[in-house]
Design a protein around this ligand. Structure first.
Ligand code: NAD
Ligand code: ZN
Length: 357
């Protein structure tokens, strides 16, 4: 048995208004004439948050387009542009949801690694540490703020740059930044966390470390989506910690069926991570009966629309590709169904499941 020895985030600050400490936090990491580059979710362009960014010297803000989930080509373009303009940087600061944070991690790594980010999609392929990087979530749920991966869609696969160099050096968890996120988006991303917990807690890789974080994260998700009527500040506080703890839980276990199936959707149809997981979870009674029942209750209580019929009209060839992508997520299936997962989840069974989505 080889135990996972994983790298954690360097520094964590948590609290309402902690964003105001950013200037002081990053100051010791500034190098002469080398800017801090803020990769900010395009949603915030023209919004008051931008005026609170602590610009100094030749710092730069780039509003990143997160209409589509991050692609290796986008990461490469950003890194190339920054190398040409500045040589190197003092650091990269990602402000936004999982997409903007993943872009920041990947761009930081590509400032110090050669070639294309697509060369590093996989496990432990990154050769050099990136430049100093900071993650500041404005949506809660993905756990991207704590994970050792950055999920990218490349020319041949959708896979993260998983490495010990990937976690942020610093994260700023300020629940005020998630206020006013649209209810549907907040739910989809929040459910990413809920689903991380169910998949981790119901998985075969579970140990006491993952369980401790997973149970706490699940309790916080329930407080927010089951026990609270309406939305209040406390919900933002709780969901931000749920995301963190959910991410810590899967760090030592793995996700499961919902993620394995939703990866196929996202690769073929471009379905986004949070909503894709919800679309799949809606049909997983066989694997997570209690979790799916509660999920459906939360959907109803929070008056959320989960799309259906998204695979209608797809060709058999496309179904085949989707099944291939999903079946390729071996560790996820093994966590969910055990070592003999291939005898349980056959291509036919997966075809039938995709047909229902
Ligand atoms: P997102 O980052 O894709 O953003 C979704 C939408 O919400 C965007 O339109 C964005 O502009 C908007 N938005 C962000 N913050 C907002 C706010 N405060 N108010 C209003 N709108 C806001 O969504 P997400 O669910 O946070 O992230 C999904 C991404 O994270 C995917 O690319 C997925 O692959 C990745 N992910 C990464 C990890 C990891 O460990 N690295 C884990 C899970 C998911
Ligand atoms: Zn997820």
């Amino acid at each position: 048995m080889k135990f996972r020895n994983f790298k954690l985030v360097g520094y964590v600050v948590y609290g309402r208004g902690s964003f105001n400490q950013l200037d002081e936090i990053i100051a010791p990491h500034r190098k002469e004439c080398k800017p801090m580059v803020f990769l900010v979710d395009h949603f915030f362009e023209g919004k008051p948050l931008v005026n609170r960014i602590p610009f100094r010297g030749n710092d730069k803000v780039i509003f990143v387009d997160v209409t589509y989930e991050p692609k290796t080509t986008y990461v490469d373009t950003l890194a190339q542009q920054l190398k040409e303009e500045f040589g190197t940087l003092s650091g990269v600061i990602g402000i936004g949801g999982g997409s903007a944070m993943d872009l920041a991690k990947a761009v930081s790594l590509m400032m110090n690694n050669t070639g294309s980010s697509a060369d590093y999609q996989g496990w432990d392929l990154v050769k050099q540490p990136g430049v100093y990087k900071v993650g500041i979530p404005t949506l809660s749920g993905t756990g991207a703020e704590v994970s050792r991966t950055t999920v990218l869609t490349g020319p041949t696969k959708k896979l993260g740059m998983n490495s010990d160099f990937t976690p942020f050096d610093q994260i700023v968890l300020d629940p005020e930044l998630t206020a006013n996120a649209p209810a549907n988006q907040r739910f989809y991303t929040g459910m990413d966390c809920y689903i991380h917990c169910i998949e981790s807690l119901e998985g075969t890789f579970l140990n006491e470390f993952s369980k401790s974080y997973g149970e706490k994260a699940l309790e916080l998700c329930r407080d927010v989506f089951v026990k609270t009527d309406g939305w209040n500040e406390g919900c933002d506080d709780k969901l931000m910690m749920a995301s963190y703890a959910g991410g810590m839980s899967i760090a030592y276990s793995q996700v499961g069926v919902a993620h394995a199936v939703s990866y196929g959707l996202s690769y073929l149809l471009g379905t986004k991570h949070g909503i894709g997981n919800c679309i799949v979870m809606n049909h997983l009674e066989e694997y997570y009966p209690a979790g799916v029942k509660e999920f459906k209750y939360m959907v109803e209580k929070n008056k959320i629309d989960i799309p259906t019929g998204i695979c209608k009209g797809m060709s058999e060839e496309d179904f085949d590709k989707m099944i291939g992508v999903s079946m390729g997520m071996k560790p996820l299936w093994e966590n969910a169904l055990g070592k003999n997962w291939e005898t349980i989840m056959t291509r036919e069974k997966l075809r039938e499941l995709y047909g229902r989505l």
